[in-house]
Design a protein. Structure first.
Length: 168
């Protein structure tokens, strides 16, 4: 998992692929090199990026923003000998979870009344979302035993699908 950010704008290391409900990951999307001592079967590099502009209108800050979940192909990799549909589904869900937290950030931005310290306030929301995302991704991996616990994997698939619908 790759999470990137700096001040008011998230910085991308490489060209990311934005999340799209109609596009599912395929193994050909994973273009990174497998690290020599890598234990996992695969790694999905994904994260959240944002930009914004703020204007003071009638003593209120109006925020115009864009928050996007990205998949980074050149940082994502898999071991060909272990690749299967179950592991690919597990990796896709990591990307879907990034989108879930992008939506949560959009909702937080929509519900927040900003002061003239908007830059710090947006950055604080972003940092909080990234921490929540990190903890959520870790819980997902541990509960599913990195896709090995098929029953838990199916539970997480349903849980994330439901949450994505709820936070549209």
């Amino acid at each position: 998992m790759l999470l990137l950010g700096f001040l008011g704008f998230a910085q991308e290391i490489e060209e990311g692929v934005p999340w799209d409900a109609s596009k599912r990951l395929v193994w050909a999307d994973f273009k990174g090199k497998v690290p020599p001592a890598a234990v996992p079967a695969a790694t999905t590099a994904s994260g959240i990026s944002y930009t914004y502009s703020a204007n003071l209108m009638h003593h209120e800050v109006e925020l115009d923003y864009e928050v996007t979940a990205y998949f980074y192909p050149n940082e994502s990799w898999y071991k060909r000998e272990l690749a299967n549909d179950t592991i690919l589904s597990h990796e896709q869900l990591h990307f879907d979870i990034a989108e879930l937290f992008a939506r949560k950030m959009r909702n937080r931005l929509d519900r927040t009344s900003f002061s003239d310290n908007v830059k710090a306030e947006v950055r604080k929301i972003y940092q909080e979302i990234l921490q929540e995302l990190k903890e959520f991704q870790e819980a997902y991996d541990w509960e599913t035993n990195f896709s090995r616990n098929v029953e838990k994997q199916l539970e997480w698939n349903a849980k994330i699908a439901k949450e994505l619908q709820a936070v549209e």
